[in-house]
Ligand binder design. Structure first.
Ligand code: FE2
Length: 300
């Protein structure tokens, strides 16, 4: 199947106002007032009706990532490929499709248990996009909203699912020792692209699933100043900075990481590599970053 892009993220929180403040004062997302209500916050990054849907629930966690296919034919073809591969999925029905602002959608899990949705026909909002901060726009055109990094206790099994079933392509296999000790355990990640130039849309990190359900998600802005202003806003609003500024070695992204109100990180960057896949050879990275990206998890 041919997945076009990462189209939306579904998130649960116990405190919707905390997310509303974070989205407006730190990230620069725009609230979709006509879709949002007291239990649901729909956030925009571009012309689409929403990219992040946060709903009130009993915990703070990732719920699902939505991926889009080009049209009904591609969607029906994806379903028959899942049938052939004997992968369980559920038709989410008309009401959920309406809520997601798409024509039709299905839900499924990867072998690690990460929840995914596939859909087509995502709708644009009626109003133009304007960031709540001094951001020209997020880099999403033809690329999806960003990327997600999932945990996978069995990396090989999950990797095969994305390549063999969902039709992703390999961008990079990264491994490096977790510390300076000679017997330090290896960190292992698979980075994969779908049918657009973004270097990776999904990455898998060999680890148990974290309590928040997601390692991180990424959004991209236009230039270093918009990244720097984002870092200032995070610090001014006492958001935990999970990683210092740095440049990644595989997608070249210059970014910092901060914690979201749902416990996983948001990578906020610019200058991500848009790859010509016809002239690309899969990378094998031994370092995550050329400089920076010093990680400091929050004290628990
Ligand atoms: Fe990332």
């Amino acid at each position: 199947m041919k997945i076009q892009s990462l189209s939306y993220l579904l998130i649960e929180t116990t405190d919707l106002q905390e997310w509303a403040d974070y989205a407006k004062d730190v990230v620069g997302f725009m609230k979709n007032d006509s879709l949002s209500d007291e239990q649901n916050l729909f956030l925009r990054m571009d012309e689409k009706s929403f990219r992040f849907h946060i709903k009130t629930g009993s915990s703070k966690k990732y719920l699902a990532a939505g991926f889009s296919l080009s049209d009904k034919a591609a969607f029906d073809n994806a379903k028959s490929e899942l049938d052939k591969a004997k992968v369980d999925y559920e038709d989410l029905g008309h009401e959920i499709a309406k809520l997601r602002c798409v024509e039709e959608c299905i839900g499924l899990h990867d072998p690690a248990g990460n929840r995914l949705e596939l859909s087509y026909g995502s709708k644009d909002a009626s109003e133009p996009f304007a960031s709540t901060q001094d951001i020209k726009g997020f880099i999403t055109k033809g690329l999806g909203f960003g990327h997600v990094v999932f945990a996978a206790p069995n990396l090989e099994l999950a990797h095969r699912f994305y390549i063999d079933i969902l039709g992703f392509g390999d961008s990079d296999y990264m491994n490096f020792p977790m510390g300076p000790a000679p017997d330090a355990p290896e960190v292992k990640l698979n980075f994969m692209h779908c049918d657009n130039p973004r270097h990776h849309t999904v990455a898998l990190y060999e680890s148990p699933i974290p309590p928040s359900g997601l390692i991180h998600t990424m959004v991209e802005v236009n230039n270093i100043d918009e990244v720097g202003h984002g870092l200032d806003r995070a610090m001014q609003n006492n958001v935990h900075i999970s990683s210092s500024l740095g440049r990644h070695s595989n997608d070249m992204m210059v970014s910092f990481y901060m914690q979201t109100p749902s416990g996983f990180d948001l990578e906020f960057g610019y200058d991500g590599w848009q790859v010509d896949w016809d002239n690309f050879e899969m990378q094998k990275s031994k370092i995550p970053s050329f400089w920076g990206h010093a990680f400091s998890p929050p004290e628990s």
